[in-house]
Design a protein around this ligand. Structure first.
Ligand code: HEM
Length: 216
């Protein structure tokens, strides 16, 4: 019998590792952006003038005009990298669902939450960025006018908690996957992540209440 091997080498794991690193770095950049963005927009709670001044400074330095589209590219790049591991076919989705139910493991569910929220954020984030960037300059009064008109408030009531859940789940998964937090520290990390999520959900909702009650 011939001993000739029929083994064909598969793609080396190196390129996958590089893509995993890029996914983590783009994710961390987006997490920092979301926390900063929600904090800066929440300045409207204290005074619309503060929000207007921040927006004016950003636009004077072209951070909205150039930074906005660049951020959108980063947003797409991160989704493209993450999409490598998302099952788009029905059989794959059924298998993941079955495993998540079978394993009853919180971190597996967290992954399911992250994938579902990612799909919605991709569409809603793109709509949001388009509506803001195509209507510059940014001002508290314009934002209030938008949020008080049509279905925008419902849109933001879904987007704000969804984004927070997605980024906090991402932060948790990065800390665990890359070994920044050891197995015995997971309980504390879980408490921290829950607190962080609740904090930013409250900030997001308070910002929306402020926009709704402002005279536009
Ligand atoms: C450069 C890009 C971006 C700009 C210039 C921008 C600007 C703004 C502005 C002006 C508002 C006030 C509401 C309005 O005017 O409609 C707002 C709200 C909001 N933005 Fe963005 N945004 C950007 C990207 C993003 C991204 C990528 C996300 C997440 C996917 C996001 C999530 C939100 C949320 C959730 C709110 C509601 C306010 C809250 O509840 O905290 N934004 N943004």
């Amino acid at each position: 019998m011939s001993s000739k091997s029929t083994y064909t080498p598969v793609r080396s794991g190196k390129s996958d590792a590089i893509l995993d690193w890029l996914q983590m770095f783009s994710g961390v950049a987006l997490i920092i952006f979301v926390f900063m963005h929600m904090s800066l927009v929440s300045s409207v709670i204290f005074s619309p003038d503060i929000m207007d001044n921040i927006a004016a400074t950003y636009e004077k330095n072209y951070m909205a005009q150039i930074g906005g589209p660049l951020l959108f590219l980063l947003f797409l790049f991160h989704f493209y990298l993450a999409a490598r591991k998302i099952p788009f076919r029905l059989e794959g989705q059924k298998t993941i669902w079955k495993h998540a139910k079978m394993l009853k493991h919180r971190d597996t569910w967290l992954w399911v939450v992250q994938v579902v929220s990612a799909m919605l954020i991709l569409v809603m984030g793109a709509i949001h960025m388009w509506s803001v960037l195509s209507d510059l300059p940014i001002s508290a009064a314009r934002s209030a006018e938008r949020i008080q008109s049509g279905p925008w408030i419902y849109f933001y009531l879904v987007l704000a908690p969804l984004v927070v859940l997605h980024v906090v789940a991402g932060l948790y998964r990065i800390a665990v996957k890359w070994g920044f937090v050891k197995a015995y520290q997971r309980g504390r990390l879980n408490k921290f992540a829950t607190g962080l999520a609740l904090f930013f959900i409250c900030i997001g909702l308070a910002t929306l209440v402020r926009f709704m009650t402002m005279s536009a």
